[in-house]
Design a protein around this ligand. Structure first.
Ligand SMILES: Cc1cc2nc3c(=O)[nH]c(=O)nc-3n(C[C@H](O)[C@H](O)[C@H](O)COP(=O)(O)O)c2cc1C
Length: 308
């Protein structure tokens, strides 16, 4: 059997070694609990849980989802149970799992990100953090942290000081130059980058003559964003020397392999799981079949081959 294992935090003291490169994307797989009853989630490389904030959040007004010809628009608004409930009720379940769980965190101030990271420090069941920087910075009039290299780096530096866990940074595609942001957070100590989060988008309800989503605009995901995500992963892989995790429109092993050849060390499956909850496992099975068929000894031999 070829070696599919990946080290997602090579510069980190403990590292983050996964048995395979297929993860679930934040916000599309809940806390993994419901899926654990549907199929063997322990076979996944890792699970990234839904975005977690310091306090519980009810999320945005309905409607919060709209279908588009090649993707989904969502404006969930980070609805979640808050970090206390996560630590007390969910993490103990994860602690009994073989599959590592990565907690995605979101804050409105740099202090909130740091508080979240400290609260998760030493909690059994939490393998790493994924920092979502596509969040409005309340102290700077709502400018998203992820759109400014300086602010993004400040968030990551503040998180790194208080955590001993590997830190992945989830990048926003809604920027002029993603490599600039990637380099800034890598210099601030990021162990890996996840690219990309959703692209800003909207839809209009013709009957009501109003924006369709309760929050007016939302984030686009699914097949429509795959070429954008692939391009950004390619750009990032050429700009940083930490692993890049590809995310955006991945629904098949072929999609995943494109990301890997573009330079991604691992992939996340998001919206594809809505239509097919087992999508991530099918992506994994397809990667396994490809490497065996092609006589690839180690997945690492494929990472970035399209760049040479
Ligand atoms: C309903 C929904 C909720 C999401 N919630 C989060 C979240 O809480 N935190 C985050 O970093 N990304 C979140 N995302 C973004 C996904 O993790 C992923 O980056 C994006 O959907 C692109 O991947 P995909 O095309 O495979 O879905 C969410 C996406 C969707 C569709």
């Amino acid at each position: 059997m070829p070696d599919l294992s990946v080290q997602l935090a090579p510069k980190h003291q403990r590292g983050l070694l996964l048995k395979n490169p297929v993860l679930t994307a934040s916000g599309t797989f809940g806390y993994g609990l419901e899926y654990a009853e549907l199929f063997d989630i322990q076979r996944l490389g890792a699970i990234v849980c839904k975005g977690t904030t310091l306090y519980p959040r009810p999320g945005n007004p309905q409607p919060r989802l709209a279908e588009t010809p090649a993707g989904v628009l969502n404006s969930i608004g980070l609805q979640n149970i808050g970090v206390e409930a996560l630590v007390k009720e969910i993490a103990p379940v994860w602690a009994g799992w073989k599959v590592p769980v990565i907690v995605n965190i979101a804050g409105e101030t740099i202090g909130e990100y740091a508080q979240l990271a400290s609260r998760l420090e030493g909690v059994p069941g939490v393998a790493a953090l994924e920092v979502n920087i596509s969040c409005p910075n309340v102290a700077a009039g709502g400018l998203e942290f992820g759109t400014s290299p300086r602010l993004a780096a400040e968030v990551i530096a503040a998180v790194k000081v208080v955590t001993s866990l590997p830190v992945m940074v989830k990048l926003s595609p809604n920027v002029a130059d993603i490599a600039e942001i990637g380099v800034a957070v890598a210099e601030a100590g990021a162990d890996a980058l996840t690219a990309i989060n959703t692209l800003k988008g909207m839809a209009i309800d013709l009957k009501r003559r109003r924006p369709l989503l309760g929050n007016r605009y939302g984030g686009l995901s699914g097949p429509a964003i795959k070429p954008v995500a692939l391009y950004m992963v390619y750009e990032l892989a050429g700009a940083v020397d930490i692993p890049v995790i590809g995310c955006g429109g991945i629904a098949s092993a072929e999609d995943a392999l494109e990301f890997i050849m573009a330079g991604a060390g691992a992939v996340q499956v998001g919206s594809a799981g809505f239509a097919n909850p087992e999508a991530a496992l099918e992506v994994l099975a397809g990667i396994e079949a490809f490497v065996e068929r092609e006589g690839v000894r180690s997945l690492s031999d494929l990472v970035g081959v399209a760049r040479r």
